[in-house]
Design a protein around this ligand. Sequence first.
Ligand code: FE2
Length: 353
Amino acid sequence: MPEFLNWVPSDLDSSDDWIIRLSETVVDEIIDLARRNAHLSEDILSIGREQFTLSPDAADPFRQAVGSTQRDFGACLIKGFPARALSEAEFKVAVWGVGLYMGVARPQNVAGDILTDVRDSGSANYRVLNGRGYNTKSELDFHIDSGDVVLLFCRREAKSGGQSLVANPFSIARYLCERKPEYEGFLRYEYPFSLGGYQVDGRDFYLSPLLDGNGDRAAFRINIKNIKNGAVQAGIELPADYLNFLYEFQELAGSPRFCYRMHLEEGDIQILNNFRTIHSRTAFEDHESPDEKRHLLRLWLCLKESQPLPESWLPSFGRIEAGTVRGGFRNIELDSRFESYVRSQCQELGIAV
Ligand SMILES: [Fe+2]
């Protein structure tokens, strides 16, 4: 079992090291750039560093933030991003703009969206095949997203609920194996994961352990919804004790011993390492007024500082070498300008294409 990242929620509570507060000067710079480029909000790929030129001092906290998720807790919270000061279109531009200084965006769905709205669109059940939880108000299974990091920019809070849950799967795995050593086999068992609507090598699922790799390469994944759908796609009946293990793991992830509960406030940016943390969200109630309803924007980014991954991550992420462009929905049709965006971001950030 890897020895690193042994944190538990009380460590996050007693440390401020993972929280960055934006200064007024930085915020003013972002507001100004967002307003000047608001007319480009419907064509996000037309906004590059030329349009959204942050000073080195303003870009610095964002670079620091993503870098910090690749060590320590695997999580970072930025506070004070402008939300009320901006219209929805301006907020979108601001999010995309600062993202240019952090990493390379990955497609988040089969439509190839690279900057997505997280809000309740009224869908009732996301646990169906290809259903996506981020457009509902339901409680979600613990899972990871497909990028080195996932970023949530909070524009509006829910009326109640909608707490963001983060857990350290390595601490949970260690806790379980100390009690029952045979659980190591359950962690290393190859579960069928659904690819959620796209195919790799003609298959719409892949086999992967929950925990794989050692040292710097160690990575963890879980998603009960995708495993159950993957089993259907693979024509496999998942043994009951393995399914029970998944639920036991998930229950621990949501328990006070392991679950860090965050109430994301307007202007908060939550950044999570997808190999070292797992996350979820509680169900929520929305406000009545349309512009007050819970609304977050989401980015999946690849980073220069990212870790190498175990071989078992190849089907889902496409690349396993450190600091490469990987993850996201692949084998889908993308805007031709997306390729040139990826090339120029890689060049700017020093990432291998
Ligand atoms: Fe997620």
